[in-house]
Design a protein around this ligand. Structure first.
Ligand code: SF4
Length: 243
């Protein structure tokens, strides 16, 4: 039987989730419940669109020239794309056979043998680290940071190009000592080519309301430019390439 995925949507000309122009696939499902999530509509695996591997890949192939000229490729995101690692394994195998660059945007929360197989066909990982201390991480996501760190160390061991993403959220993960510890940890990973410091925003707040979920960050303001520059400096001071 042909393998199928449950997806939320696709973006055919993405420019922020990896290098070049990218075909971005938003997968349904996520085991975390981040308080600042801007895609809570991807959490559950129902109400998505079922798509077969061949249907998806034939659409991807129609954008191959855009990807090639811009040195872009395919990015899987979500939700947590690795909830559907069997499908992504097959998709990435096809991409590599067709010389298409592959990237995963992940929290690193799912780390198992299947995921290791997917990583054999992955060119770039965009790894979200939401905080460094386990207690802050848990207060944001509801889960431990343990798997994310094991994931990061595996990427380092296998020398898979990695961009770390840190979303800075005032009052939630703004403990500068914790961020310094995170920066020190990342500095030791030889495979990290970039750190992205992203400001918290509330563009997904309306989705929480539509889903009848309680949004606890109503009164939290996005960080100022100065805040973001101060956070970036912590990573820059560790010799990391920060954007
Ligand atoms: S891991 Fe991503 S998709 Fe899942 S809850 Fe957190 S921010 Fe949302």
């Amino acid at each position: 039987m042909e393998i199928k995925a449950k997806i939320h949507s696709v973006e055919t000309c993405g420019t922020v989730d990896g290098p070049g122009i990218r075909y971005v696939i938003f997968f349904k499902g996520c085991p975390l419940r981040c308080v600042y999530c801007h895609n809570p509509d991807t959490w559950s695996d129902n109400k998505g669109k079922d798509i077969s591997l061949l249907e998806l890949f034939s659409d991807i192939k129609s954008y191959k020239d855009f990807m090639r000229f811009s040195q872009g490729g395919v990015t899987v995101t979500g939700g947590e794309p690795l909830v559907q690692s069997d499908f992504i394994y097959e998709l990435f195998k096809l991409c590599k056979k067709n010389d298409i660059h592959t990237a995963i945007d992940t929290s690193g929360n799912i780390f198992n043998e299947k995921v290791k197989k997917v990583l054999e066909f992955t060119d770039l990982v965009l790894l979200d680290i939401k905080a460094f201390s386990d207690s802050i991480f848990k207060s944001i996501t509801g889960s431990s940071i343990k798997n994310t760190l094991m994931f990061a160390e595996w990427l380092n061991e296998k020398d898979i190009d990695t961009w770390i993403r840190f979303v800075f959220v005032p009052t939630v993960n703004d403990d500068f000592n914790d961020i310094k510890e995170m920066a020190g940890y990342i500095q030791k990973l030889k495979n990290v080519s970039r750190v992205e410091v992203l400001p918290f925003h509330k563009m997904g707040e309306y989705k929480w309301e539509e889903l009848n979920l309680k949004y606890t960050l109503k009164d939290v303001l996005p960080p100022t430019k100065d805040d973001i520059e101060s956070v970036k400096k912590i990573f820059i001071d560790k010799g990391l390439n920060v954007v």
